[in-house]
Write a protein that binds this ligand. Structure first.
Ligand SMILES: Cc1ncc(COP(=O)(O)O)c(C=O)c1O
Length: 475
């Protein structure tokens, strides 16, 4: 792959903007002007980096990394900021309008600010005495969001650092609730297009790979409920215990949504836990205009939601929401004999896998409040509109389009074999990168595709038009 030219520093700190030397720890007894200047300086540097995103490429040139070794004495603020700039120069550039390869949108302003404040608060969600307001905020926000998605009154959940961890937490909780904690032959059923994090969950739970049973998908990429019914009957007859069915609301390559109502009916009839991996799609349930895209979400026992993937909440932001949140406590409570007892609704470290963790809820809460209901709906509207637009622009006999109800679209030329598709996808991705448009190159159904994730609010119709021209010229 050709390596793009290194770029000049986007905003190296100038001589006039150099801060005074400062104490390593913020002063506890007066307003620390040096700290404030250092933070202001860092924020300005970041704002310049974000504000110059369109003049760089989505995928940066290889940049020079600063030293990692400690120097004999501490470094001055201006040196720290210059080193920081070097790392920023080599960072992936999500604020670029052509950054549409993955589920990593531009960051939301309030979410950035809350992340900074969260670092300064340095609270710990392990226990209430280390995060009194944040523990409370997390519980309240999880309950509110769960009810917004249609889970019953009394529902709630917990934040986890990423969807992988939310899915694992869900399956451990489901297993414990079914009394299968020590059962080595229990299984999980999920669609063949479900996310690879479920394979990790099997490994962590001490289950063999075969314990994850892949249910075939229909032509639209969604789980075939008849195949699920067949497998559930087969398992019942063989006496094999089932931990959970995992339905996906938004598959990773094409954004397909499994048919949640028929799947929920089957789970109810078989007395099996339904986990919905809504890492991509669950946020559509927050808007009246888009809820139909994930119809049936409200019937889940647990839902993974990743506001980091479309709403711009800074990473990581994932929640596991449950109809019966006490199940988390049942699965994970250990007692924390070195902490004061909980006076609220339980310690964060006793309702999930993580112990010490930051108050990630702060950036989610502030980001959502900045958007408001209309802002959330606008983000979702824009994403769907761009997917529709691109779908129209690409439609032709020479391309197989694989989309769904959400904001993802994958495509590959008709009639290519595996090797030809690999070569086409590589060459076309490079041609698109040269235009400042970054798509990803997933292997799907045995052939490489190009994939666009249309959640970037900066992407304009003109970018999509150019994308389509490059792709049409490639086939
Ligand atoms: C459907 C789905 N579930 C789960 C995950 C895992 O989320 P994370 O990367 O936050 O761990 C992903 C990641 O892309 C995903 O697409």
């Amino acid at each position: 792959m050709p390596i793009p030219e290194p770029l000049p520093l986007a905003s190296a700190p100038s001589a006039q903007r150099v801060c005074e030397p400062f104490g390593a720890f913020p002063a506890p007894d007066h307003f620390d002007a040096e700290l404030a200047a250092f933070l202001a300086q860092s924020c300005e540097q970041l704002a310049r980096w974000l504000g110059s995103a369109a003049f760089r490429t989505p995928l940066p040139a290889l940049s020079v990394l600063p030293d990692v070794e400690l120097k004999a004495t501490g470094m001055a603020p201006e040196q720290l900021l210059a080193d920081l700039q070097l790392v920023m120069d080599g960072a992936y550039n999500p604020n670029h309008p052509g950054a549409i390869a993955h589920l990593d949108p531009p960051p939301l302003a309030a979410s950035i600010a809350a992340d900074l404040v969260c670092a300064g608060l340095n609270n710990n969600l392990l226990a209430e005495e280390l995060s009194p307001s944040l523990s409370h905020l997390e519980r309240r926000l999880c309950s509110w969001l769960a009810e917004q998605l249609g889970l019953p009154t009394g529902s709630g959940g917990v934040a986890a650092s990423g969807g992988t961890l939310s899915n694992l937490t869900a399956l451990v909780t489901a297993r414990r609730s079914a009394g299968l904690g020590t059962c080595s032959d229990a299984v999980v059923l999920a669609s063949a297009d479900a996310h690879v994090s479920l394979m990790k969950a099997m490994a962590v739970m001490g289950l063999p790979e075969e314990a994850l049973i892949a249910i075939p998908t229909a032509a639209d990429g969604a789980m075939d409920p008849e195949q699920l019914a067949f497998q559930l009957d087969r398992l019942r007859h063989s006496g094999t215990p089932v931990i959970a069915v995992v339905a996906t609301a938004g598959t990773t390559v094409r954004g397909a949504v499994d048919p949640l109502h028929p799947i929920a009916d089957l789970c109810r009839n078989h007395g099996v836990w339904l986990h919905v991996d809504g890492a991509i799609g669950a946020v559509f349930g927050l808007s009246d205009r888009h809820r139909h895209r994930v119809a049936g979400l409200e019937r889940a026992d647990s839902i993974t939601v990743n506001p980091q993937k479309l709403l711009g909440i800074t990473k990581t932001s994932s929640l596991l929401l449950l109809a019966h949140p006490h199940c988390l406590h049942h699965a994970f409570a250990t007692g924390l004999p070195y902490m004061e007892p909980s006076w609220g609704g339980g310690h964060g470290g006793e309702c999930g896998l993580q112990g010490t963790r930051p108050g990630e809820v702060l950036k989610l809460w502030l980001g959502l409040r900045q958007l408001g209901r209309s802002g959330v709906a606008d983000v979702l509207d824009g994403a769907i509109q761009r997917r529709r637009n691109l779908e129209q622009l690409l439609a032709c006999d020479g391309l197989e389009l694989r989309g769904g109800r959400l904001h993802l679209l994958a495509f590959t030329p008709t009639g290519l074999d595996q090797d030809q598709a690999a070569r086409w996808s590589q060459a076309t991705r490079q041609a698109l990168l040269a235009e400042g448009l970054m798509l990803s190159r997933p292997l799907y159904g045995g052939r490489h595709h190009l994939k666009a994730v249309l959640g970037n609010p900066h992407t304009q119709p003109s970018h999509l038009q150019r994308l389509a021209e490059v792709v049409h010229a490639s086939i």
